[in-house]
Design a protein around this ligand. Structure first.
Ligand code: FMN
Length: 256
């Protein structure tokens, strides 16, 4: 058995513990309850120390640096001839209740929207990818960003938004809210988003849309915000046909 396989097995064991066990569940439950409460502290129980340490070593070894979905900013725009754009943020690595994934839950839903609408796509990738590979560590970093009201920079150039009338915007729910990097996008592109039809979508572990629509309206007051869609992250990974159908029904209600 080579090193990568051994590492994979250890990681799988660790995730079964941290992702499906009490610790991970508590973390998300708290995240779900946190909503906008900026003061709520993360109380993340540590997984078994030895396993956690293995996880750190694994994270370094297992291409921890790239846990976004993109292969580079030059592939972010797909096509360029549609009047619809999908903008999304999504993480790979260890995610809640799905173990280690190589395609993010939100990325899966984004792809389905692209598939069914022929939209162009722009993936929000962090300029500096400091997000941890392991789930519990990621929740801590995300909580700190939220408490700090941070505006993490994203990589690459946003396509010329003037050609799009409708922009689908999706992300995982992080602590009851959009990940802070999405607010960077909303604010930096406030003028260009003005007058557009914005449609939010989320993936989540129980919190649904988490007010993404309301928060998007507040961040982009000169845009129209349409009916959003919330998909359970576990369904995105484990039941793509069901999700494809939900996406299809939602799109047809939106007139696609
Ligand atoms: C930092 C962090 C915070 C989270 N907070 C919540 C939450 O408040 N409510 C919820 O339902 N799920 C929460 N989750 C679970 C994610 O929303 C869910 O796993 C999502 O599908 C991940 O999507 P992605 O693979 O596209 O990043 C959180 C996950 C992370 C990593």
């Amino acid at each position: 058995m080579n090193k990568k396989v051994v590492i994979g097995l250890i990681m799988t064991g660790m995730l079964m513990f941290a992702g499906c066990g009490q610790s991970g569940t508590d973390t998300v439950r708290e995240a779900s309850q946190a909503g906008n409460d900026q003061q709520t502290e993360t109380a993340v129980d540590s997984p078994d120390t030895a396993l956690a340490q293995s996880g750190e070593a694994i994270a370094e070894d297992a291409q921890a640096a790239d846990t976004g979905n993109g292969e580079g900013v030059d592939v972010n725009v797909n096509g360029g001839s549609s009047d619809t754009l999908v903008v999304y943020f999504s993480r790979t690595g260890e995610q809640y209740e799905v173990g280690v994934i190589d395609k993010g839950n939100t990325a899966i839903v984004a792809d389905m929207i692209v598939e069914q609408t022929g939209a162009d796509v722009f993936e929000i990738l962090p300029q500096e990818d400091y997000y941890p590979y392991t789930y519990d560590e990621l929740t801590d970093v995300a909580k700190k960003e939220q408490n700090d009201n941070a505006r993490p920079a994203y990589a690459g150039e946003v396509p010329d938004l003037s050609q799009y009338s409708t922009i689908f915007i999706g992300a995982p729910v992080w602590w009851g809210d959009w990940p802070m990097i999405m607010y960077t996008f909303f604010e930096e592109n406030a003028d260009a988003l003005s007058g557009k039809n914005l449609i939010p979508f989320s993936t989540h572990a129980g919190s649904g849309l988490s007010g993404f629509d309301q928060k998007l309206s507040e961040a982009c007051p000169n845009s129209t915000v349409g009916t959003g869609l919330a998909i359970a992250g576990t369904d995105a990974q484990n039941d793509p046909e069901k999700v494809r159908q939900s996406v299809g029904e939602w799109l047809s209600e939106l007139g696609y």
